[in-house]
Ligand binder design. Structure first.
Ligand SMILES: CC(C)(COP(=O)(O)OP(=O)(O)OC[C@H]1O[C@@H](n2cnc3c(N)ncnc32)[C@H](O)[C@@H]1OP(=O)(O)O)[C@@H](O)C(=O)NCCC(=O)NCCS
Length: 199
């Protein structure tokens, strides 16, 4: 399988449900990992994890716009250490907003090694250079300090709190494509500070 891209230590590739479900389950069955994700619910069985990966790939195929979520593989061990994603942010009703987010989930055993930052750097480059996005966001629950630190290492700019996405209060971070003048494009920059539109 052709990787989406490689970094120094990592390969970013499409999930393979049959062979990856068990390793994905190690990530999404862990309450420490899922605590800050969505509603915090863990994936209860490998079978359901397998199904989730299939649905995930199917959704990406339908969107057919280069967005999705991919496995992060450690080159040295070939272990899946996490997920890196780039996808359109939904509003509170799940409808598209035309704003795109980068996101990262690592299995517990792979925290503290810089993998989220390294995969995030690669994903931002992919979003800017291949998908031609003018701006990429990250949204983080306010208490998720480890994730906020990742946005800082990626030089993403804190834009304050927003309720424009997922229907919950989140911290918003943004990064403009190299050469894009900040303040010209993107929802968060259309309105100051609070990071987004009024509805
Ligand atoms: C958020 C999450 C991905 C952050 O993981 P992380 O390991 O802290 O982040 P990184 O992979 O960027 O690693 C950075 C850490 O590795 C250390 N590190 C070691 N080698 C490094 C290297 N080569 N490069 C960068 N950092 C390195 C850094 O010092 C830093 O540790 P510190 O925060 O204690 O200073 C992880 O906590 C996680 O998966 N949480 C659950 C899911 C989640 O909440 N996702 C985010 C939703 S918004």
């Amino acid at each position: 399988m052709t990787p989406l891209f490689e970094t120094e230590r990592l390969i970013i590739r499409t999930w393979i449900p049959e062979s990856d479900a068990e390793q994905a389950f190690k990530i999404y069955n862990d309450p420490e990992v899922t605590y800050f994700l969505g509603n915090g619910a863990r994936v209860p069985t490998i079978k359901l994890q397998h199904q989730r990966l299939i649905e995930n790939i199917e959704r990406s195929r339908r969107r057919n716009n280069g967005t999705g979520s991919w496995a992060i593989v450690d080159k040295q061990t070939t272990t899946i250490v996490g997920t890196i994603l780039l996808k359109e942010l939904p509003d509170q009703d799940g409808l598209p907003t035309h704003d795109y987010e980068v996101g990262w989930h690592l299995r517990r055993a792979s925290w503290g090694k810089g993998y989220a930052t390294e995969a995030g750097q690669g994903m931002l480059k992919y979003g800017f250079n291949i998908l031609n996005l003018p701006v990429i966001y990250a949204v983080v629950k306010p208490e998720n300090h480890a994730s906020i630190r990742v946005t800082q290492r990626l030089n993403m700019k804190p834009m304050g709190q927003t309720k424009n996405y997922y229907g919950i209060e989140l911290l918003l971070f943004q990064l403009h494509a190299p050469g894009e003048k900040s303040g010209e494009r993107g929802a968060a920059s259309r309105e100051q500070g609070a990071g987004g539109r009024e509805r």
